[in-house]
Ligand binder design. Structure first.
Ligand SMILES: Cc1cc2nc3c(=O)[nH]c(=O)nc-3n(C[C@H](O)[C@H](O)[C@H](O)COP(=O)(O)OP(=O)(O)OC[C@H]3O[C@@H](n4cnc5c(N)ncnc54)[C@H](O)[C@@H]3O)c2cc1C
Length: 427
């Protein structure tokens, strides 16, 4: 088996697809008595070896869909539900997620378990929309956690890297279904940075893509509108969504891989393709894009106050080191939260995501950027490439040891651990 990017491969002894919570309880009890370990997979979209196992690999692909719509725009879904199906099922009942990342193929449990986020400084990561989590722990017990019955353990379960147990059901706080107007612009990086505070605060969602070695950015502002869905320009939508983000990018990256010295020319070419576009669509369609071009990725969370300084240093680093990378970087902005292992724990945050085309060496680029981010209070996205271990996380997360205690309580036999988790937890 391998992850989406193909940078992590593993060979499990068994692959299990349970259809009920009772079956999962049996699987856990058998694993404990036979000394096996269990890793739960969602959609394999993490870049870190979270899923790697030579023992039992368990998927909830057969436990998908909406279970119930509840009062006050709440909904309960099977944890294995892919976000695309979840969004469509919610839309049918007149609901929508408050926010999403930029793809919709992850499973709901997989997304929250690594702190998956979208953008919007008044909105938290996907996990902050979770109000109740049901999981089967490492003793085969079915546990239900919410902020009322056990606040502390609930805050651990909202981001747990699949290490507390197998999440089966998730209750989400949703919104009445809404449309977003997406406003895509080609702008100069210096203009974006000069007006950043105002842009971030004036728009429900704001993100931008910068291109290494280029001053051009593609900015995306999205805001709720009452209007009916529809494209204002089908042509520019086609250019931005399909040609630029997939076909042209694939072609440019392939040339860059064969002729690394072409990176500056390629960066300028990618910039020249960006065109302005405005469209109105159902929220979940605006959030999700198609990602056909394969890459490896590192994404760091930076305190919002340090972000501008970090970007300036990063630009100098890119200029000085001539990395020959032209794959765009993504910049997003997320509200502080109180989830123990959330990179946005206790701070409004900016996320900088750096990508390298599949098959190209990312070592020096990622290492230099990681050093810069870490020196400036950065915390890595749990699902994206990083080299941090427990000694780092213990300093970065005030609740790290509290989390480990809750983990040990629910998994006393360590059946949810693999080598990667032992490294990040220091076990
Ligand atoms: C093309 C691409 C685009 C991406 N875009 C974004 C983005 O916009 N924003 C962002 O923040 N991240 C993004 N990511 C990262 C991605 O959202 C996370 O890595 C996410 O965890 C992947 O979800 P998944 O269902 O594939 O989970 P997997 O990678 O399969 O698993 C992730 C973790 O969740 C655990 N898990 C899965 N299911 C369960 C369960 N039922 N119970 C307990 N634990 C479980 C696994 O054990 C593992 O630890 C992107 C990744 C790719 C490849």
């Amino acid at each position: 088996m391998e992850n989406w990017a193909g940078n992590v491969k593993w060979t499990p002894q068994e692959v299990l697809l349970p259809k009920s919570e009772e079956e999962i309880v049996d699987i856990i009890k058998k694993a404990v008595s036979s000394g096996k370990t269990v890793r739960t997979v969602g959609s394999h979209h993490s870049f870190t070896p979270l899923l790697a196992t030579n023992s039992v690999s368990l998927s909830l692909d057969k436990m998908q869909g909406l279970i119930s719509k509840e009062a006050d725009n709440r909904a309960v879904a099977w944890a294995g539900t892919k976000l695309k199906r979840l969004s469509e099922d919610l839309a049918e009942t007149g609901l929508a997620l408050e926010n999403m990342g930029d793809i919709n193929v992850q499973s709901l449990a997989g997304a929250i378990s690594t702190g998956t986020h979208g953008t919007g400084i008044t909105l938290g990561s996907v996990g902050t929309q979770v109000e109740e989590i049901t999981f089967v722990n490492g003793l085969g017990e079915i546990i239900i956690l919410n902020a009322e019955n056990n606040y502390h353990e609930f805050k651990c379960a909202q981001l747990s890297l699949g290490s507390l147990g197998i999440i089966t059901r998730i209750k989400m706080r949703c919104k009445a279904a809404y449309n977003l107007e997406l406003d895509i612009r080609k702008e100069k990086l210096s203009d974006v940075l000069a007006n950043l505070d105002a842009i971030v605060n004036e728009n429900r969602h704001f993100e931008f893509y910068s291109i290494p070695n280029s001053q051009i950015t593609q900015t995306k502002r999205s805001n709720i509108v009452g209007e009916k869905a529809g494209h204002t320009s089908k042509f520019s939508a086609f250019i931005n969504d399909i040609v630029l983000e997939n076909w042209a990018l694939q072609l440019m990256c392939s040339i860059n891989k064969i002729i690394p010295a072409s990176s500056k020319t390629i960066s300028n070419l990618i910039g020249s393709f960006i065109s302005n576009e405005i469209k109105v669509q159902q929220s979940h369609k605006v959030f999700s894009t198609v990602r056909n071009v394969k890459f490896t990725e590192m994404e760091y969370n930076i305190p919002f106050e340090s972000y501008q300084e970090v970007v300036k240093e990063m630009l100098k680093l890119i200029d000085k080191n001539n990395y020959r990378i032209s794959f765009p970087q993504e910049h997003r902005f997320v509200q502080a939260d109180d989830i123990c292992l959330s990179p946005a724990y206790n701070r409004n945050s900016a996320y900088i995501a750096s990508h390298v085309y599949k098959g190209m060496d990312n070592t020096r680029y990622f290492k230099d950027l990681e050093d810069l981010f870490v020196a400036n209070g950065g915390r890595p996205h749990w699902g994206k490439m990083h080299t941090r271990d427990a000694s780092f996380f213990r300093k970065a997360y005030p609740k790290f040891d509290d989390f480990l205690q809750v983990r040990a309580k629910h998994d006393p036999n360590g059946i949810f651990l693999n080598d990667h988790l032992k490294k990040v937890f220091g076990l």
